[in-house]
Structures are given as C-alpha cells and as structure tokens.
Ligand binder design. Sequence first.
Ligand SMILES: Nc1ncnc2c1ncn2[C@@H]1O[C@H](COP(=O)(O)OP(=O)(O)O)[C@@H](O)[C@H]1O
Ligand SMILES: [Mg+2]
Length: 300
Amino acid sequence: MAETISLMDVDEGDNNTIPKPNKGKNVFVPNDGKAGLWIEKYRPQSLADVAAHRDIIDTIDRLTSENRLPHLLLYGPPGTGKTSTILAVARKLYGNQFHNMILELNASDERGIDVVRQQIQDFASTQSFSFGSKSHVKLVLLDEADAMTKDAQFALRRVIEKYTKSTRFALICNNVNKVISALQSRCTRFRFAPLDPTHVTERLRHVIESEGLDVTESALAALVRLSSGDMRKALNILQSTHMASPKMTEEAVYLCTGNPLPKDIEQISYWLLNETISTSFSRILQVNCALFYYVFVKAD
Ligand SMILES: Nc1ncnc2c1ncn2[C@@H]1O[C@H](COP(=O)(O)OP(=O)(O)O)[C@@H](O)[C@H]1O
Ligand SMILES: [Mg+2]
C-alpha cells in the first residue's frame, strides 16, 4: 500500500504552450494489429472498470482527483491490471489529450542508459500545457522497469528528480527486487496480487455475455483454474478456445491449452498406483503421447 505521497506540482509558467510531438512511443494506438484481441477490447477504460484491488484503485483514484498523484511503482504478477490502471489514470487526467500527455516505454524498447537520458528526458523536458481550465503534469509510463539496466535506473533517478515539477513517472514491474531502492523510495508502491477466482469469473462472465458465447459452467471453472489469477491469460484462453470450438466445454478448454484433462490424470494416477510401471507406461502411451510427456518428463 501507499508508502510515500508527494504533492503534485504543476509548472504554471508553462501553460498554453503547444506540445511537441512525443519522441517516444505513444500508447494506445488503435488498430495496431491487436484490435481483434479480447484483452484489448475488454481492457478496463476507467478506474471503476478495473476488477479487484479496490483499496489500491480507490487510493489512486482519490490522489488523481485531488491532483496529488505521486510517482508510482506498481508491481506484481502479469495480467493483474497494472498497465490498465495507469492508462485509466491517464484517461481520467487528460481525456482526449491522452496521446499528447503520456509517453509509454516497454520491454521491446531499448533499455540502455541512452534511452533514459534521451527519450524520457526529451519528453519530460517539453513544457507542460493546459487544456480546459486546468494545467496538467505529463505522465511517463515505464513498463517492465525491472528489465532496465542498473545504470539506466540510476540515470532515471536523476531524471525523475529533475522533472518532478512537470512530469509523473509510473513504473511497472513484476519483480520489485530488481528495481534499485533509490528508485523505489521515490515512488509510492502498490502491489497487485493475482486476481481471486471470484473476480476472474465475474469478468469472464461479462465477456461471455457481451460476445454471446456458449460456455458451460465447467468450462468457465476450467478457465478460472488454468489462468491462476492472470486475467490476460484467462481472456486469451477464452478467445482461442472459442476460435477452436464454438461450443465451449471443459474438454475444449483443456485441449486448447494443451493441458491434460482432469479425467485422464485420474485414470493415469489409477494405473500408476495399481499397475506395474511398464504396463502404466504403455497404457499412457496409448491414451496420448503428449500426456506421456506431461507425466514422465515435464512433471518429474
Ligand atoms: N484487474 C483487472 N480488471 C479487469 N481486467 C483486467 C485486470 N487485469 C488484467 N485485465 C485484463 O488483462 C489485460 C492485461 O492487463 P494489464 O493491465 O496489461 O496487466 P499487467 O500490466 O498487470 O500485466 C487487460 O487488457 C484486461 O483485459
Ligand atoms: Mg503490463
């Protein structure tokens, strides 16, 4: 939960200047090839849409409303809503000026010291500007901050300090221990835990209903089980299973993900406990070679 909260300062003297185009990559480019993906189609648009993490979301929502957004460090396993949360904050802060006000850098970008010094610095050093009646700080979203080199992280620490007046930094990572403590201490940290089954189920039901899918209850339970609290994984399995078989059963879900069916595992356990190893071996081979691999190679 929140550890340090700094006030949001806006450089009033910089108002009304025309923003330079981002030197870096703007986020949320529609139709970039991901348009057909349900993970994008059903990405929460507002903070209220983000499932689970209510305490964290309410805190961030309040800080955003009060114009007191600190630098953020969101960490935790994939598919739990970290990126979506920051994008929702940006939408709330900037509305249709979204693209001018946020710079997103992620793992596919060069992460050396030069990127920090140039791209971020170029963006952060352009003057803030106002729209509507308010002036705003800009936002730099650094996804996978734990993949940055130590040198780059130290350089970033200085950039953050230098541009605190006009820019907020949102760092996102899976492994917080790979972020240097000097950076951690400049941010308010929030841990995003895996989503609990209730939230995954609820969100999946929403997509199933919106897409008009035919999904059995046991298939839904299998989706929740196999995704282990990773909402991105849950939606990807749902979509790929749907493409493979319009009527979605538990079996279709397991087949699509390449996971052995629970009934096959039961049968195999029975053989292993009641037959000789060589008989079990050949029986399993007869059932399915992939299962043989799963039982004797992968799960050794
Ligand atoms: N808490 C959540 N509530 C609703 N949808 C979520 C949530 N977390 C993840 N998702 C879904 O998974 C996709 C990936 O989420 P994202 O925010 O990029 O996860 P992270 O950055 O934690 O890896 C989103 O587009 C959304 O469809
Ligand atoms: Mg992310």
